[in-house]
Design a protein around this ligand. Sequence first.
Ligand code: ARG
Length: 399
Amino acid sequence: MEKAVLAYSGGLDTSVIIPYLREKYRLQVIAYTANLGQKIDPDFLRKKALASGAAGFYFDDLRETFVRDYIFPALAANALYQGRYPLATALSRPLIARRVVEVARREKAKFLSHGCTGKGNDQVRFELTWKALGPDFEIIAPLREWQFKTRDEEIEFARQRKIPVPVTRKSPYSLDENLWGVSIECGILEDPAVVPPEDAYQITTAPERAPDKPQVVRVAFEKGRPTALDGRRLEPVALIERLNRAGGRHGVGRVDLVEDRTVGLKSREIYEAPAATILITAHRELEKLTLTRSLWELKESLRERYAWMVYQGAWFTEEKEALDAFFNSTQKYVNGQVDLKLYKGSVTAIGRRSPDSLYSEALATYGRGDLFDRTAAKGFIDLAGLPLLLEGRRRLKRR
Ligand code: ARG
């Protein structure tokens, strides 16, 4: 029997895919799950995968790789899709997909499979990664081809095969969670006019119910990567977890967005990304102190472009890697600390310092010890203003 490796979440769809691939394609299914910081119980998943008929189950804790090789490069770019979405789901898919290919090679599998729907972004992200890293495999996307019209039909199919069906009431939303944020969609949220009910939010307090007392956090960066929180050095995963908790408590990082999907349609999405929101705010603040204006502007001009590449699933392209090299080279002097105030849903930078700051108080001050050569400003204005002077003279002549 040939083998397929399936990116497995343990939900209904990927559970049903296991017997589906066996019956329809006569394949042995190896289930693959990664811990990226979501709520997860590997023993439960293993049992469930095997009970669903999987011939094998792989589990990786990829949190550290995810932060170092996926989240931090995106932070260097300050990547926000359409200006608001920190890309939690989008960043995770290329990593999961890459590991699925590695498992498939080890298992000598011929097929790769996922449980993404036919109108979402995640199918694109998985499959673009598989084209880039596993062009020798065949891809099967059961949700694009199977005939279930309702969830009940799918549950019936599972029941007939004695596959464990979730007993708890399914959340009315579709959720995807990792260290960089939670993505929430479907159900009542599909109407963009509807105010999201409080139960849609998983990790943040409503700003109006957040503490009345603000909390100040101090984030330290080395070469653009966060390394310490409130003066304590922390491993990247722990640092992000802590910021998610602190930010979540203060209602920071909620996003309610109508976004453009890769496949062309618009969709209404809710995100919660406390740590991402705090870190991007802090990181940009430190860049304002340490990058020249023109480098800052060049970075900014590539920011949306980079976010789009990540969103669309172009992680393993040479174009994206070239941009990573650029962003990485801009981070050499992004060292220092930023103080941020978390308060009722907002995060505000209130102080910043850097050993590599380009800010010179001696030049900026209006007080004593001013080193700025004011006399040089006249020559600067004369030359910068020359074209304006010429236009002005012409205007006068034509009046
Ligand atoms: N719209 C977001 C994105 O494309 C979230 C997708 C959520 N995925 C999911 N399987 N629930 O990145």
